[in-house]
Design a protein. Structure first.
Length: 232
């Protein structure tokens, strides 16, 4: 029993081709996730779940293991992260290898910090959560959000908030898209990463960047340079 880091990195990527191994400031982007997992010194195993031979080769080069390849059914555009984690844990179980806790670290999370991985596990253990993941507050209050139709006509999603000051509205958060810690025994009962027993740690805006297109990629590189400059 121990901890395992699972980095899900399939070969297919529509919006940014070969996204999981695309060069990010001098090395494949997946390398940052692998190196953060290793540097945390929390894991008995750091593995990459992939269906792609090139990704597997790069993963091993940077210190991860690829003990088996991902099944085709969990390698298409519709496969969810939870299904991939269940498959990995079951494959290890078939080899009589069990882990008490797992951390799913996404392969395109170069802003990930070792400290946040450690803090996530600490929160999981302290409060006996099923899962823990990092979140970030929306930069603008979503309770003052707008709806716009095809003609351009616009209305408030929550009209009751039209005269409320932004600072008086409740903060809302979004998933930072970096990692999920899970208690394996609890997780496998529901196979849900976000459940009624999930907890979160809060990151700031400079630590978080969703990468869906080339502009996002460039912003992420700028944020990474800023974090390095500030000693992050």
């Amino acid at each position: 029993m121990g901890n395992i880091a699972i980095i899900p990195a399939r070969g297919g990527s529509k919006r940014i081709p070969r996204k999981n191994i695309k060069g990010f400031l001098g090395k494949p982007i997946i390398a940052y996730s692998i190196e953060a997992a290793i540097a945390s010194d929390l894991f008995d195993e750091v593995m990459v779940s992939t269906d792609d031979a090139e990704i597997a080769e790069i993963a091993v080069k940077y210190g991860a293991k690829v003990p088996f390849m991902r099944s085709p059914i969990n390698s298409d555009d519709f496969a969810g992260t939870a299904e991939v984690l269940v498959e990995v844990l079951n494959d290890y179980s078939k080899k009589n290898t069990l882990f008490e806790y797992a951390c799913c670290i996404y392969p395109t999370a170069p802003l990930i910090k070792v400290k946040n991985i450690i803090d996530g596990l600490d929160l999981l253990l302290r409060n006996k959560f099923t899962s823990v993941f990092p979140v970030c507050a929306f930069s603008y209050p979503i309770l003052r959000g707008l709806n716009r139709d095809n003609s351009g006509k616009t209305k408030m999603l929550w009209p009751a908030n039209i005269n409320k000051r932004s600072q008086d509205l409740e903060l809302a958060y979004h998933d930072a898209g970096q990692f999920y810690w899970i208690d394996n025994s609890l997780f496998l009962k529901e196979s849900k990463l976000f459940s009624s027993n999930s907890g979160t740690i809060v990151l700031n805006q400079t630590e978080v960047q969703d990468i869906d297109n080339e502009n996002d990629w460039e912003i992420s590189e700028l944020k990474y340079k800023l974090l390095v400059k500030n000693g992050g």
